[in-house]
Design a protein around this ligand. Structure first.
Ligand code: ZN
Ligand code: ZN
Length: 141
């Protein structure tokens, strides 16, 4: 039995032989070209202040695809660009990070809560077993 199977490309819906990716080779090639266009666009100083929408209009690359590049951190949008893209948590437009400050805070709270929970558990385990390594990082005061 062959490992290869035919499937529809998630991007253009063409039938192709799946090799690892759900995107067909012609789409992959196209995405690569679009990436080059976007990278060249951002290399120009005068373009760096454009918005995602303007960038999409001028490069002909979809807003969705540009956002993908940014999320994959292939395209670096930082302090020198004016590009905003949707937060991965709530869709609010953000710059410089994958999540807006609200989501980051929620996320941080969740992480803190989990960390507290874990250290409680570790505390209990430490009391019940005669030796357990302490993984917690000491906070420098
Ligand atoms: Zn395709
Ligand atoms: Zn958000």
């Amino acid at each position: 039995m062959s490992l290869n199977h035919l499937d529809h490309c998630v991007r253009c819906d063409a039938l192709f032989v799946v090799v690892g990716s759900r995107i067909c080779s012609s789409c992959l090639k196209q995405i690569e070209e679009e990436f080059q266009v976007c990278a060249a666009f951002l290399r120009k100083k005068e373009n760096r202040m454009s918005t995602l929408q303007e960038m999409s209009e001028q490069t002909g690359v979809s807003v969705y695809q540009i956002t993908e590049f940014i999320r994959q951190q292939r395209l670096i949008v930082d302090s020198y660009t004016n590009i905003e893209y949707p937060c991965e948590g709530c869709g609010k437009l953000v710059q410089k990070s994958r999540f807006c400050s609200d989501c980051k805070r929620d996320w941080q709270e969740e992480v803190d809560a989990l960390a507290n929970k874990r250290s409680e558990t570790e505390e209990k385990e430490r009391r019940s077993t005669y030796h357990i390594k302490d993984y917690r990082w000491d906070r420098h005061s």
